[in-house]
Design a protein around this ligand. Structure first.
Ligand code: ZN
Length: 316
């Protein structure tokens, strides 16, 4: 896969949207009902281009994301704040690729932001932790995060360079999994919680916990750019089509995904608004077609329905 570089501009005209993003995060975090979101299709064209320019207004600050393949199907990410020179790794599948990418760009690593404890997300921590590198990771997995300096949990916020970062509880794949949401850049790094057209396996958490995490993510604004940790979209698409073949938005997405993979292009990042329209794991509480196909009964809660969908995917 060709390396990709994403550039965002934080603008005066986007301040209103930033406020909405924050409001959505705080107010809708525990609901995320079907009515809370209305996908906007035109945004998707910006979501997977090699360069994202959110507006043409003059820039106040910038946020650059470098994306590259690691360990086969993992994606590595480096976030760079050019105003302060700070650079963060989102997870560390391997140290070698990260070092090469840092050197290529002339960036100096200052932070590592771990989403969860799995080796393909923390394996490079120790080798990358030189003098001045701060490791931030999930408080509920702090004993399993190599070199952790600052444990954080859902609801916490911190500054990275000039950027605000909100920590979201994204437990379910692992119990303590967290996501990093950049409200002013409309971007969220979700690790293995949410994938394009899918979600992570439920290794440690419960359906109730995992479903609550997906609802929290779903409550973010539609134009949120979702950075997932793996390129699983093509196989996720096959399962999605098996449970909701009548969804024309899904059919269209599958065609786009197929074409991209044939050109060896990444399907990540994705736009949350598009996921809301096509990802069965964000639709299991409101798509009659999915519910019928996986045998959801009238007495089932949304978490029960999610559990049935997750099980169906595991057995697919
Ligand atoms: Zn994982």
């Amino acid at each position: 896969m060709a390396n990709s570089l994403f550039l965002f501009r934080k603008l005066s005209t986007r301040k209103k949207l930033s406020g909405c993003a924050l409001a959505a995060y705080t107010v809708l975090a525990s609901t995320g009902s079907c009515e809370a979101w209305k996908p906007t299709s035109e945004l998707f064209s910006r979501g997977t281009q090699s360069k994202l320019n959110m507006s043409t207004d003059s820039a106040v600050s910038t946020f650059t994301v470098a994306q590259f393949s690691c360990l086969g199907d993992n994606y590595g990410y480096l976030i760079h704040d050019p105003e302060t020179g700070q650079t963060a790794a989102i997870d560390t599948p391997c140290d070698k690729t990260y070092k090469e990418e840092l050197e290529k760009r002339g960036w100096k690593l200052t932070h590592i932001l771990n989403t969860h404890h799995h080796d393909d997300h923390t394996g490079g921590n120790k080798a990358l932790k030189e003098e001045g590198v701060k490791i931030i990771g999930p408080v509920d997995e702090k004993s399993k995060i190599p070199g952790i300096d600052e444990p954080v949990g859902g609801g916490d916020s911190f500054e990275f360079g000039n950027l605000k970062v909100n920590v979201m509880d994204a437990g379910g794949h692992t119990k303590g999994h967290i996501a990093y949401y950049f409200p002013d850049q409309s971007s969220v790094f979700v690790g293995d919680c949410l994938f394009s057209l899918g979600c992570g396996k439920m290794f440690e958490g419960t359906p109730t916990q995992f479903w609550a995490s997906l609802e929290r993510l779903r409550a973010l604004p539609d134009d949120t750019v979702v950075y997932c940790a793996h390129e699983y979209t093509a196989s996720n698409a096959k399962f999605a089509m098996s449970v909701e073949p009548g969804n024309s938005d899904l059919v269209n997405r599958v065609a786009i995904v197929k074409a991209k993979r044939e050109r060896n292009e990444p399907t990540v990042p994705t736009l949350l608004g598009e996921e809301k329209k096509a990802n069965p794991f964000l639709r299991v509480d409101c798509s009659d077609e999915i519910r019928q196909n996986i045998g959801v009964s009238s007495g089932d809660t949304s978490a029960d329905a999610f559990a049935k969908l997750r099980k169906a995917k595991d057995n697919f």
